[in-house]
Ligand binder design. Sequence first.
Ligand code: HEC
Ligand code: HEC
Length: 366
Amino acid sequence: MAYSINKENLSSIQNWVSFLAFLLFFGSCTEKAVLPESQVFQLPISKNLADSVPYPTHNQTTKAGVELGRMLFYDPILSANNQISCASCHLQSRAFSDGIALSMMGVSGKKLERHTPTLINLAWNEGLFWDAGAKNLESLAFGPLTHPDEMAQDLAELPAELENRFDYKERFQEAFGVDTIHSALVVRALAQFQRSLISTNSRYDKFIRDETNASFSELEKTGLQIFQQKCEQCHSGDFFTDFQVHNNGLDSIFPMDFENPLQGRYRITLDSADLGKYKTPTLRNIAVTAPYMHDGRFQNLKEVLNHYSSGMRDFETVDSVFRQTDGSPKIPLSESEKTALLAFLETLTDEDFLKNPNFAKPDILK
Ligand code: HEC
Ligand code: HEC
């Protein structure tokens, strides 16, 4: 597929330029921490994942901040037509992905160019978006909020809209100690809520923690072993991601126009060594987050395994881990190994996460 810079691309580039100017202005506020460490809200976490949840000093986690962020995440007032919220595309029942390859849920109704990823354990994730091009949850939120094909919100209008709605004024006061609502605080609250989206209670976690009644079938144990041999290089540790970018052989031809999302990490670095590289996605809750990959091209996990075993396309940036002795990229997998891997991947489903009432739509918005 060939692309060229047309009027639409140009207007989206202009949009990004104004967005970047905005970021430079607000992103540079280096505010001091407002709370003593002891008053920071400790998000519940299990030791097998990490000892504590990281947060930036200018946006410490508070209970009021997380709750406000949850309201905002589900509130369509954040979009130009007041009909689209973050949760229109990020659904809790699907681990905050959306079940479709490329969404048309945005205000413009135009198809997006990348698949909606899950929102899981993002507090530890230093590169956000499929190309790891966004550095933190605070600045990232300006992207979907203002993008014409997502929420298309005029940020200058947003504070006034919020001041007249529900008890937002009091909530912002409680969370940030301010009398006036500001867009920069909207994204901070959203970030606090998203840092609370922690998944660490799947059957796999209980098995690894050796909890009573936690057990794996022989098939699941075999699947775990195969996973450790063949997948863990990138889907590593209990995050099931190394947080790095790799090319896992999805494409061998790339569009070369400016900032095309199908270039992968190259779009950010313009370094040809990054063509086709995307961030390793977590595999937590993977059984409920089909379709798969940055463009949602695979309908189910069997298709993903078939890709690794016999469908990979060669390109010079394909990760060397995949190179066989004859040079071709693949992960050799027999049918019985695939069956075991699929059984193992199912153990990563975390019902507590998918049903956690603290992550659900607040009653006031139902
Ligand atoms: C119209 C659908 C849509 C809406 C609405 C939407 N998103 Fe997304 N979101 C996406 C898509 C698609 C991506 C992937 C973009 C990319 O990587 O280029 C994404 C990526 C993300 C990521 C990156 C996750 C990761 O692992 O890198 C975060 C965080 C996120 N969105 C948060 C939000 C927040 C907060 C809102 C509301 C302010 C929101 N999204 C609204 C579709 C949407
Ligand atoms: C060299 C690194 C690497 C190895 C090894 C690897 N993966 Fe991946 N995996 C990735 C990357 C990068 C992506 C995202 C690619 C994209 O969307 O463009 C991915 C995507 C996936 C996805 C889709 C996730 C989603 O949310 O869409 C699944 C499932 C998956 N891999 C499973 C596996 C399994 C199972 C193995 C072992 C048989 C494996 N991977 C080995 C790097 C790797």
